[in-house]
Design a protein around this ligand. Structure first.
Ligand SMILES: *Cc1c(COP(=O)(O)O)cnc(C)c1O
Length: 216
């Protein structure tokens, strides 16, 4: 499935992040050897362990809920944090970016799913923070766009609706708060079960794990 999904992403000018959580170093190396460099993990400890054992030119993405006390470990090298889901984390990322003397790229995670369990800002909360000038206050965090997860359901029209909602918010925020910036360009949506829908709805970045590793 890797080649098929990679091709689908390319046709739509989207980046594919291969989600390697729970996969072994050997499994990851098989994808790496096909030329792939963007990998995503959801836990810091697991990411650090794998980073130590794998080639240093891998671009690591953090896609899961991130505790503030773990930020310091990844701040020096992380490619993109997809899961900025609260003000406290945004602030901590800014602080650790200053210490690491770099800018950290990040996405604001928006809650679009029906389920309570999904993390993320509500649309109201993210707009309130942007109105309070969070972007300039925490300017060592370079906000590149939004991330969201659709409800886990077979109802295609619901998934479409949720992705459409995220894409619409992305465009609204881009023109209202990020129009001066030419790199607010990333809409991270689409996983194994819904990446085709996500691409149709304007995704620029897929996060796909099981469909790639469990091809049988
Ligand atoms: C696990 C995970 C994925 C990938 O899920 P698959 O269904 O295995 O493709 C994508 N995004 C996040 C945030 C995840 O935790």
């Amino acid at each position: 499935m890797y080649e098929k999904i990679k091709l689908e992403a390319q046709k739509n000018s989207a980046t594919l992040v291969v989600v390697s959580k729970t996969r072994s170093v050997e499994e990851i190396m098989k994808i790496y050897d096909r030329g792939h460099r963007d990998f995503g993990e959801n836990r810091v400890q697991e990411l650090m362990d794998k980073k130590n054992e794998l080639p240093q030119d891998i671009k690591w993405h953090l896609i899961g809920h991130l505790q503030t006390n773990k930020v310091k470990y990844i701040a020096p090298f992380i490619e993109l944090i997809h899961s900025i889901d609260r003000k406290k984390l945004w602030k901590e990322l800014h602080k650790e970016a200053l210490k690491a003397d770099r800018t950290i790229d990040g996405l604001l995670q928006i809650k679009i799913a029906e389920e309570d369990s999904k993390y993320g800002f509500s649309q109201e909360d993210v707009i309130r923070l942007l109105d309070q000038s969070a972007v300039s206050t925490y300017d060592k965090v370079n906000i590149r766009g939004l991330m969201g997860m659709a409800t886990f359901t077979d109802d295609t029209s619901q998934i479409q609706r949720e992705f459409d909602e995220l894409a619409k918010l992305f465009n609204q925020l881009k023109s209202a708060y990020f129009s001066e910036k030419d790199d607010f360009d990333t809409l991270s949506m689409g996983m194994s079960g819904d990446y085709n829908i996500a691409l149709e709805r304007g995704s620029t970045m897929l996060r796909v794990g099981s469909a790639i590793f469990e091809e049988g």
